[in-house]
Design a protein around this ligand. Structure first.
Ligand SMILES: Cc1cc2nc3c(=O)[nH]c(=O)nc-3n(C[C@H](O)[C@H](O)[C@H](O)COP(=O)(O)OP(=O)(O)OC[C@H]3O[C@@H](n4cnc5c(N)ncnc54)[C@H](O)[C@@H]3O)c2cc1C
Length: 565
């Protein structure tokens, strides 16, 4: 049986940061269901926040102001000490990335350039044109190769094994051979990213099914604040490829069918650079009111920025528009509509990325520390991955130092692996039933129609009922092919169980939370209610079903007030 001291699941930014910062005295490996450079982090466009104060309009910026903006942006649901920790570490982290070889864009004097982003009091988003995620991921991957980190690519983790409050390892499916294998580990770090593909309209990569979050949930670890789903206001019409907030940061306008910059009616001072939840709601409202085009979209206009700026600062956005919408943003406005983008909620961990299970840690988008609360600011997610990825690596290393090798764990791991093998055999044996992609599509439609930007009791309750009904259908899925190597149908069947769990937890949390906060907008409860709802939602899988609970938010320096932009 393969045994590791520290097993990192996920080859995106959080996973690589964790692996690179684990103590090299330990045996460290990264498992990823795709090649690490195909992780969704590679698609990140607009930038990463740190109060460097390099922009002439941002000289007075400090990490404390960054922390305040983060807490305010979160609609006061972020744990304030966690937000402070992240914003303070942001500054040395950017310089460290620079020294590791990340080619950030520069101002003429040579310092790292910074652009304005939504909800930020100062221009503090560092970037590499509009390919920021790509360059950071490549730099960290190069460092991982240099440091001889062991990679197991195209391995899908299917289960996290916990006994008596201790993590023993995982069970994986090697996609290239279809073999099921138990892997023993003293510490496991999940860095498995978001669940965007639970929705029909999403900016997320096809691999973002969220199975890591679902696997942790089934192992008994609570999920926190899952009802907070971020919708990005500017995804390309129809394809829903992201058009970065950086486009508005560079000065882009949002226009309705009357040519009006409609944000004036929703956030008159921040305008297009209000936080995402506000801009996404405003955009959807304009479309719903008939102020959009063909009832579906509005315009993001970059034309006034001029050819030079667009080519220099937003080259990938231009490429996306030309390849997928057949328009050149130098000459024409971009048709955009809101789409699911990010998961604020996730696996419940503390500021050291530790869960209540000994030896199990989580970092990055799959985790909820929580620094984003009810709404994440653009540029804070890349930051979270590198800051908390590092902390997870360091904390797991400390944990492993004091832990004992658990010999009995092997039997448990083998039993769990053979249980999964028999499930796969059962799916193979059936020669008829329901094809999983049909169920997947049904689930996505439910989520995009009923658990969307605007929510109410009737739609959420109906969604919950329909999701639970899909669970019954799931019992009838089968594998229609005969070859299990690189079998997407098998991957989908395994991951769909997690998708159902996540959809249920998102919907249940949203149904119970009878208030409006950040991205969670209840038309039947349109006000924030700090008296009853200034608390984190925790949903756990217990006795074969979901159970909901709550815990306090850490409110320290910043007293909750109404958000105004
Ligand atoms: C289009 C787009 C643009 C964005 N732009 C920005 C931006 O400019 N600034 C910003 O701050 N944020 C941005 N974000 C958000 C940010 O990029 C992500 O939140 C962040 O990169 C997530 O990193 P991660 O390491 O947590 O996960 P990911 O990069 O998603 O990596 C997840 C990893 O887990 C692996 N994995 C998942 N499940 C399993 C499993 N069951 N078994 C084995 N492996 C598994 C995958 O193979 C992958 O390697 C953007 C997001 C999108 C979608």
């Amino acid at each position: 049986m393969i045994a590791q001291d520290i097993l990192v699941v996920g080859g995106g930014l959080a996973g690589l940061a964790a692996a690179l910062n684990s103590d090299p005295a330990h045996k460290v490996a990264v498992i990823s269901k795709v090649h690490p450079l195909r992780s969704h982090s590679v698609a990140a466009q607009g930038g990463i926040n740190a109060a460097l104060g390099n922009n002439p309009n941002g000289k007075d910026d400090t990490w404390e102001r960054h922390a305040f903006d983060t807490v305010k942006g979160s609609d006061y649901l972020a744990d304030q000490s966690a937000a402070e920790l992240m914003c303070k570490k942001a500054i040395p982290t950017i310089y460290e990335l620079e020294h590791l070889g990340v080619p950030f864009s520069r101002f003429p004097g040579g310092v790292i350039a910074q652009r304005p982003f939504g909800g930020a009091g100062f221009p503090r988003t560092c970037y590499a044109a509009d390919r920021t995620g790509l360059v950071i991921l490549h730099a960290l991957f190069e460092q991982s190769i240099k440091k001889k980190v062991k990679f197991y690519n195209e391995w899908l983790v299917t289960r996290l094994i916990v006994r008596d409050g201790k993590c023993l390892g995982v069970v994986v499916l090697d996609l290239t051979t279809a073999k099921i294998m138990p892997i023993k580990a003293r510490a496991v770090i999940f860095a498995t990213g978001g669940y965007g593909r639970v929705y029909l309209r999403t900016t997320n990569a096809y691999i973002n099914h969220g199975s890591g979050i679902g696997i942790a949930y089934r192992a008994g670890i609570p999920l926190k604040d899952m009802e907070f789903v971020q919708f990005h206001p500017t995804s390309l019409l129809g394809k829903n490829i992201l058009i970065t907030e950086g486009a508005r940061g560079e000065g882009g306008y949002l226009l309705n069918n009357k040519g009006k910059r409609y944000m004036a009616d929703y956030a008159s001072s921040a305008m297009e650079l209000a936080p995402r939840d506000i801009v996404a709601r405003a955009t959807q409202t304009e479309i719903d009111k008939g102020n959009g085009f063909e009832g579906q979209y509005v315009h993001l206009d970059l034309r006034h920025l001029g050819e030079e700026k667009i080519k220099k600062r937003l080259p990938a956005i231009r490429e996306i528009c030309m390849n997928f919408a057949r328009i050149d943003p130098i000459d024409e406005p971009i048709p955009i509509q809101p789409a699911q983008h990010y998961s604020m909620g996730g696996i419940d961990v503390d500021e050291s990325c530790a869960s209540f299970v000994e030896g199990f840690f989580a970092a990055g988008e799959c985790a909820s520390v929580s620094v984003h609360g009810a709404n994440r600011l653009g540029g804070n997610s890349l930051l979270e991955t590198v800051v908390f990825g590092r902390i997870a690596g360091e904390e797991a290393s400390n944990y492993v130092k004091g832990s004992e090798n658990n010999e009995e764990g092997e039997k448990v791991l083998l039993d769990e692996a053979s249980e999964i093998k028999s499930r796969i055999e059962e799916w193979m044996r059936r020669d008829s039933g329901i094809k999983v992609h049909l169920l997947m599509n049904k689930l996505k439609v439910i989520m995009s129609e009923k658990v969307d930007i605007f929510r109410d009791k009737r739609n959420l309750a109906e969604a919950l009922e329909r999701i639970r009904k899909l669970r019954e259908d799931y019992n009838q899925v089968y594998i229609s092919g005969k070859n299990l190597r690189f079998c997407q149908e098998l991957v989908n069947i395994i991951e769909f169980e997690s998708m159902l769990d996540l959809a249920e937890v998102i919907t249940l949390g949203g149904l119970n939370r009878e208030e409006t906060r950040g991205s969670h907008y209840r038309m039947d409860f349109p006000k924030r209610d700090d008296k009853d709802w200034l608390k984190h939602t925790l949903v756990s899988w217990k006795d074969g079903k979901s159970q909901i609970g709550y815990k306090d938010v850490k409110i320290e320096k910043y007293k909750p007030v109404e958000r105004k932009y």
